[in-house]
Design a protein around this ligand. Structure first.
Ligand code: PRX
Length: 583
């Protein structure tokens, strides 16, 4: 890479000295054992995420009245919560669950928009030692059923607007004992024997609760994510993850005492859990939470009005902002001092645009739901090569390996892998699926499923996925889920689904659909199928492009060859087709 294409960091020019100011030194010296010191363990060696996020701050005289949460609703109402407020509310909610008979290890799922109660509920569940499952408010019945049935969730916390989607599938959820409705903003509350109301229960609950002592590897939260085959899998994380959430928020996102922080990710995504809650509260910082929709105007206004200094967002949003007629310079964004990006490849143009418009480059960060925290990343104190994901976080060993597990030489493309023992927050399991969990590993390596290379300076560069997983607007979508939804339509025989490149969303979902013989092809039917999938899965998980075909390419064992669909669509070489059935 030409030196002029590198963004050189001059530390003497930064308004604040970074928490990590020498990458090489930090990489050789910092050990996970050392980073554990940022966390409070109980005397018996156990810990609790919620205690570390809330209680220890609320119980300290200098932090208890500090603002933890600055909330703005979709209609512009503002609310502020201190650490002491969240201490009381999470204690109460833990008591509410306790009174309902929820026990350590039980699954309690959250199906809510971004409202303050979502934070209380999430942390209250963890405080009690139950497992918190998070979901997007955009999910529809099939996505909900997959998750709630597989996890055998005991309680779901939702609101009156979203409740009807659960009501429809409740009959198929024998383990779901109660639904807690958060009354905020709604007049007509659903009624039922097994429905209870949040405010009503919270009023009665005690403000005293002692966080349950959890072993480092006891489960804390779980999140369903998509792979190539089958339904979404429940990735389970543990209480010790608070260590790496805090360490990466401190050393990568560079959070310091007076920062105002905004991670734009939803709690339904791992970024919203780890960087929307764990890291920021773990460090006793102040975060913004915005319920409203994305628009350049809304977002710039939040950044301006709350004087956000650290902003962690995603490439699709960055590209949408780049394409907007509304420009950052129309706002006063002088408080910003660090920008981060996650979830999909950040094109170099995005990095340069940041520099041009905000005077700050976006720092690309790479990780996965399974990894639990930022693993390869750009740092405030490290030169940026735009387009590169950066270097491993101290303590993490990342490499490019071949299929046998041998490390490749610089600039050779291969499998992006991490030494499994060096990923502190690695998932502790896949819910009810040991075989799937085991399939991630090859000896000492955790295999990410991404293809990448490492250059001679140790910077990692993303090439693509090794499998059929689709990344659309940063969301991970499994083709099988879309195919399953499509075949439920009465006019469809079968479907094959792939991701195709898109300038804005990274990839969009495309479906090849085989119709029943008597059904005629039409543009209206394409729209109908799109709406059908949207109504079953979620607003983002539907095929934006549909093509009707007579037959799908399949292996002799009947597996859809999505690789071939992609090759045909994009005019790429077909590769090995020896396993193909007659097509
Ligand atoms: O393909 C990589 C892509 O997102 C995948 C992980 O998806 P998910 O678990 O939903 O991510 C959770 C939050 C990180 C990866 O296997 N990905 C993630 N970050 C990047 C990325 N691809 C390129 N560059 C990134 N910075």
């Amino acid at each position: 890479m030409n030196q002029s294409n590198i963004i050189k960091k001059d530390l003497s020019n930064l308004p604040v000295k970074p928490n990590l100011n020498n990458y090489d030194k930090a990489y050789s010296e910092i050990k996970w054992q050392e980073l554990e010191k940022n966390v409070d363990f109980f005397e018996d060696g156990t810990l609790n995420i919620a205690y570390n996020c809330i209680d220890r701050h609320a119980l300290s005289s200098h932090k208890k009245n500090k603002t933890a949460l600055l909330f703005e609703s979709s209609t512009g109402e503002k609310e502020t919560y201190t650490y002491l407020d969240l201490y009381k509310s999470t204690n109460k909610f833990a008591n509410v669950l306790d009174n309902l008979g929820v026990e350590k290890g039980d699954r309690v799922f959250i199906f809510l928009p971004t409202i303050p109660e979502r934070y209380t509920v999430f942390l209250g569940i963890l405080k009690l030692g139950a497992i918190a499952g998070t979901m997007f408010a955009a999910f529809q019945e099939m996505a909900l059923l997959d998750r709630l049935a597989d996890s055998e969730a005991k309680i779901v916390v939702t609101n009156a607007v979203l409740y009807p989607r659960i009501e429809k599938i409740w009959k198929d959820l024998p383990n779901l004992e109660k639904i807690i409705i958060i009354e905020r903003g709604s007049v007509d509350q659903p009624k039922g024997e097994k429905i209870i109301y949040y405010n009503h229960e919270m009023e009665k609950a005690s403000e005293e609760f002692e966080a349950v002592h959890m072993q480092k590897d006891d489960p804390s939260y779980m999140l369903y994510t998509s792979g190539t085959t089958g339904k979404p899998k429940g990735v389970v994380h543990s209480h010790k993850d608070i260590v790496s959430a805090i360490a990466t928020t401190k050393y990568v996102l560079d959070l310091q005492e007076n920062d105002i922080y905004w991670c734009t990710a939803d709690l339904g995504w791992v970024t919203g859990v780890v960087y929307g809650v764990l890291g920021i509260f773990g460090l006793g910082g102040t975060t913004v939470a915005f319920e409203g929709k994305f628009s350049a105007e809304n977002w710039y206004k939040i950044l301006q009005d709350y004087r956000v200094s650290i902003w962690y967002t995603a490439p699709t949003a960055i590209r949408m902002l780049m394409g907007s007629e509304i420009k950052p310079k129309e706002y006063n964004l002088e408080s910003l001092r660090f920008l981060g990006s996650v979830g999909e490849p950040l094109n170099p143009e995005g990095v340069w645009w940041g520099l041009e418009e905000f005077g700050l480059a976006f720092h690309d960060t790479w990780w996965q739901t399974e990894l639990g925290s930022i693993s390869i990343t750009n740092f405030q104190a490290l030169d940026i090569k735009p387009g590169s994901m950066g270097k491993p976080f101290p303590g993490v060993y990342g490499a490019i390996i071949d299929d046998e597990g041998k490390e490749l030489t610089p600039n050779e493309e291969g499998n992006l892998a991490l030494k499994k023992d060096t990923v502190y927050s690695l998932m502790i399991g896949i819910w009810n699926n040991k075989a799937k969990f085991d399939s991630y590993f090859n000896g000492q390596w955790y295999i990410s499923g991404d293809r990448a290379y490492k250059d001679e300076d140790g910077y990692f560069w993303f090439v693509g996925r090794a499998d059929d997983v689709i990344k659309t607007s940063g969301e991970r979508v499994g083709p099988f889920e879309i195919e399953s939804a499509l075949v439920e339509h009465e006019k469809v025989v079968e479907a094959g689904v792939i991701g195709i490149p898109d300038d804005l969303r990274g990839e969009i979902i495309m479906a090849f659909v085989v119709l029943k013989p008597e059904i005629g092809e039409s543009e209206e039917l394409k729209e109908e199928l799109k709406m059908f999938v949207k109504g079953k899965l979620a607003g983002h998980a539907y095929p934006r492009k549909i093509k009707f075909i007579k037959k799908l390419p399949k292996t002799r064992s009947g597996k859809i060859m999505r690789r071939l669909l992609k090759a045909h669509e994009l005019g790429l070489p077909e590769g090995d087709t020896s396993t193909l059935e007659d097509y």
